[in-house]
Design a protein around this ligand. Sequence first.
Ligand code: GUN
Ligand code: ZN
Length: 450
Amino acid sequence: MTTSCPSSGPSSRDGADCVVLGRLIDFTGDPAESGGAAVRDLPGGALALKDGRVAWRGAAAELPADVGTAPQRDYGSCLVLPGFVDPHVHFPQYRIVAAGGRGLLDWLDRFAFPEEARYADGAHAAAAAEVFLDLLLAHGTTAALVFSTVHEEAADRLFAAAERRGMALAAGKTLMDRNAPAALRDDTETGLRASERLHARWHRRGRLRYAVSPRFAVTSGAAQLAAAGEFLKSHPGALMQTHLSETREEIDEVARLFPDCIDYTDVYDRAGLLGPRSLFAHGVHLSARERERLGEAGAAVVHCPTSNGFLGSGLFDIGPYAPAAGQAAPRLAVATDIGGGTSYSLPATLGSAYRTAQLRGRRLAPERAFYLATLGNAEALDMEDEIGRLEPGYYADLTVLDPCATPLLAAREALSETLADTLLALMILGDDRIVRASWAAGRQLHPKPG
Ligand code: GUN
Ligand code: ZN
């Protein structure tokens, strides 16, 4: 039986606003650490949703009587997963995907910076935020850590659009005080004052968080980086995002700009930017020392495989991020890095991570890959108590995937014997066509109801 759920979540007289039926897939930990026990696969499962959160999970056959009369949405044999979490994505680059440059620094100068300059116009930013967030949802992503531009108003527009959708979004205005066009530069004082105001307006307002966002060591001098470090220390719960060790050319430039530092990670370390809520995008060329230091600090390295391939940055090695490799390994997260990245789809990004691992002689198990895109990325964002699992008390952020979405997937699925087979096919062959629906805080947002 398929009836429609309310598109907003008015409380019903009984125990749920809505019941979602399908094959429930989620992870209670990293399968690479705890093996099959961390993988939960419940065909014929049910989730009762109430006030934006999961109120009950279990077998549909065992639905409690008090939720029996709530409207049901039946996804049959489709996979119902926690909404995907994208821990590194650039809002103002939402439409410069597939702009070919000679490498990162050339690509920034020729494509990213000119496009970001348009966000001085608040109306442009407001319209872009709608398209950007709808693209995330169309690809099954319901939470993200986002770089905005240097402009305060653009960040305001992004937060407001996320709030209207009820999405979990962490974001920050970019800090840049050199090596960028004048229209995109701030200075230590103005950049931090704007970050303070945005933090005061948006941090922990509903599902939103503030992330202090120095772009990278090429575009922020030591004073601005240190000010960002102070901000992080004095705003408990705030996140920090930046870029680290993406390309050889960039690393050489950072060595020239910071001759006293031991290596690139040391530049951020001296500024006080390493910590358990710090996310470093890329980390393709990190040394063992740098990984150890990041691991000690509890920081996350965010692997962005489609971007690394497209910009020719290098082949990230997931080997040192296997839990068995030692306690000091940094947390691993996986992200799209739109617009250097080439797909908004987390499953497609996992497929790219899988291929990159193959080229490095490693293996990324499909269950671990989907753990990373859900609970693993939520852990990197310090949101693991609220998102990333299908569990009572967690936000009802859901991604519904159709394993037979295309003729090829349907033919492939007929041969699948295990969950790993199904997940691998979705990673390697999937894109937005596999997303049947996306829900945030108990509301179906994609496809748009009505
Ligand atoms: N490093 C500094 N800025 C950026 C950016 O916008 N994209 C990528 N891929 N790397 C960066
Ligand atoms: Zn990036």
